[in-house]
Design a protein around this ligand. Structure first.
Ligand code: GLY
Length: 373
């Protein structure tokens, strides 16, 4: 039998005999080239697996490209079952980002200034954060207008997801990950009930193990209909009048603001059930722009550089779907909803353990695909 059960050691043929002819066979085929698939591909290569990433479009150009990049890891906003995974991943980020920067030669703009959160009634009661008096808010961010509500300082980072995914694509390629782009996977091929590769609209690929990292599209791949759905987020990007006008991430009930080190400022985001529709709406973009101006009046004349929409992979309980499926050799890592960028490093680590047959360091039972069956 050629399927390794634990690890990817020397016994790892790149060719198998199938129906009397030889086809290239990867240890692991990853469906989806977003930040989850890319991070997992890199981690699997470190464990000596041969890896093919199959992306329906262009790697890193869907939800990962649209994301804001706030590495939110606090009880104010993180669902309780996700807290341990989120905290572990947040701790991994400096090394994760550093490694991608070193291996790709590209900067990912990991920032460590923290966030100022203006509280809605709902989260004000959760406490456990450094409450800021208005004078302290004004000292931290002199350009913020007075919000007349409770404010908290939260120690968390942000990253530029586009730069991060570009660095991850380059790192994966440097490490020998293979890519197929522009041809969606339609189903996982089975033999005697076991995954042995995938079919795309044009061809097939053989692999000992298959992982569905297809984000909002994960539910479209037979045979396991994961209950993922697209949750649209519209955003815009402003040019700050001066590069460091805003240093902290700002979150308020109406909008969040994410400054980048090059002077760009992201304003987000809507949460919409709109199917696979990535169009932006001028009124919605204007509303977000006005919310940014309400927070920082100096943005009144800030130029809009770009607006866009992305499709977060939502699930019925807003938790990711992680682990082995009921089909031997078939795994899933999707449904990261609003936290895909944050959860990429820990997802790569726990999924590599699961795929190798080791016990992951995190309890994956709350995220099991079996909860939907
Ligand atoms: N992670 C930010 C958002 O989903 O809008």
């Amino acid at each position: 039998m050629i399927f390794p059960t634990k690890g990817f050691g020397a016994r790892n043929p790149s060719l198998i005999s199938l129906y009397n002819f030889h086809v290239k066979t990867w240890d692991v085929i990853l469906i989806g080239g977003g930040i989850i698939g890319l991070s997992l591909a890199i981690e699997l290569r470190k464990h000596r697996a041969t890896v093919l990433v199959i992306e329906r479009g262009e790697p890193g150009r869907e939800a990962s490209h649209a994301a804001g990049g706030m590495l939110v890891d606090c009880p104010l906003e993180t669902a309780a079952p996700l807290q341990s995974l989120a905290t572990a991943s947040a701790r991994m980020y400096p090394e994760f980002a550093h490694e991608l920067e070193m291996e790709s030669g590209m900067k990912v703009d990991l920032r460590d200034q923290g966030a100022i959160v203006f509280a809605s009634d709902q989260n004000a009661s959760k406490g456990a954060h450094s409450t800021l008096l208005p004078a302290a808010v004004a000292e931290l961010e002199p350009s913020l207008s007075d919000q007349n509500c409770a404010a908290f300082y939260v120690k968390e980072r942000s990253v530029d997801p586009r730069a991060l995914t570009a660095a991850a694509v380059k790192t994966a390629k440097n490490r020998g990950v293979d890519f197929s782009s522009g041809d969606p996977v339609t189903k996982v091929n089975l033999a005697h009930g076991q995954a042995l590769g995938v079919a795309t609209t044009k061809t097939s690929f053989a692999g000992h193990k298959v992982v569905n990292c297809a984000g909002a599209w994960a539910g479209e791949i037979a045979p396991e209909p994961f209950p993922t759905r697209p949750v649209k987020g519209q955003m815009l990007c402003l040019a700050m009048p001066t590069r460091n006008l805003l240093k902290h991430v700002i979150r308020s009930p109406k909008a969040y603001l994410i400054p980048r080190s090059d002077g760009r400022l992201l304003v987000g985001a809507t949460v919409e059930e709109a199917g696979f529709d990535k169009r932006t709406n001028p009124d919605t973009i204007q509303r977000l722009h006005h919310a940014a101006i309400e927070l920082v009046p100096k943005f009144t004349d800030a130029r809009i550089l770009e607006d866009w929409a992305g499709l977060r992979p939502g699930t019925p309980d807003a938790l990711p779907i992680l682990g082995a499926t009921s089909t031997p050799g078939y795994y899933v890592a999707t449904g990261h909803y609003r936290d895909g960028i944050l959860l990429a490093p820990i997802t790569a680590q726990v999924m590599t353990a699961a795929i190798e047959g080791r016990t992951p360091e995190q309890d994956l039972s709350p995220f099991s695909p079996a909860r939907f069956s």
